[in-house]
Design a protein around this ligand. Sequence first.
Ligand code: ZN
Length: 323
Amino acid sequence: MELRNWPAYPHQVDKLVEQWRHEHPRYIMVDSLTQYLRQKVYMLTVTDRDVPARRKKKQMFTVPHAHEPAGTVGSINFIHQLLTGRHLDGGKSDLDRKKILRTTLISFNPDSNPGGRMRSPVHFWDGTRYTNEEFWAWMRGIDPETLQRFKRVARWSIREEGPLRIGIVYEQINEHEFVEPNRDRDSSLLRLVAKYFRKWRYDQFLSLHQTEFQGRKDRANAMIILPVLQIELSRELRHYNMEWAMDIVGRWKKAGARPIADVKPLGYGEPHRSWFIECWGWLQRQTPSITVEIQNNNRNTPPEKQLLFMDVAIRESVERLLR
Ligand SMILES: [Zn+2]
């Protein structure tokens, strides 16, 4: 795939979804809700609809953050492989797609905040055009007093704040309020996830993210984060999460990534920890769930690698359902 065709923007995703819906109706179910600013937030469920869903293993993937486009492109590329047997660049996929389609049901939310993504100045962040400080000012917006990056909070209102730029991470949910999709239950992300968890009992939940790995001497460019509630979960869930995480780490190494070997929950301070528990606690207590982070905005991890490492994480997750 040529990088200028990297399908991160909503108009590109919309076009592919229409094409898939038309060409592969047996294998894809398209659902969406409409954001306040009218963009469609998809839940795309890929499975062989001629085989009953009841006994299928089920997985959900989500991409909460507009400044982290490799998760979107990774999801889109994986769906394309399942439907067509080819990667987006036309290369042949060696996935056992027939078996996956017959025995699993996979729901993808490839971009939870297309209204934010639309305001992104680039298709991908490769570290050649923006410093991390500049990148963070795109992500969070610009504070009118400090002229530095705006704060990261679950929710804020333009009745009370006047950032000089509205950060792309934020989703506008009504005429004056903005939410961080991963930290507020009124986001399109949380509403769609809740809707689908009422519909199916998922066996695995994987959240796809990117981060900068700023200031690390070991040049790490990938990591798994365990749930914020990990140490409070049942023994069975703790083991499942850890084993799944280590399998992805192992596969990343083979693919040339430099994952952080030490897999653990991220030590969020308050109020972030409470926001996460409020949004995700119910899910973490019932379903194996982990988070993927691939390096963003750094020359050490160009977009082709970002996509490859996303693909590896998605693939390992799906293939472990077949075992
Ligand atoms: Zn993120």
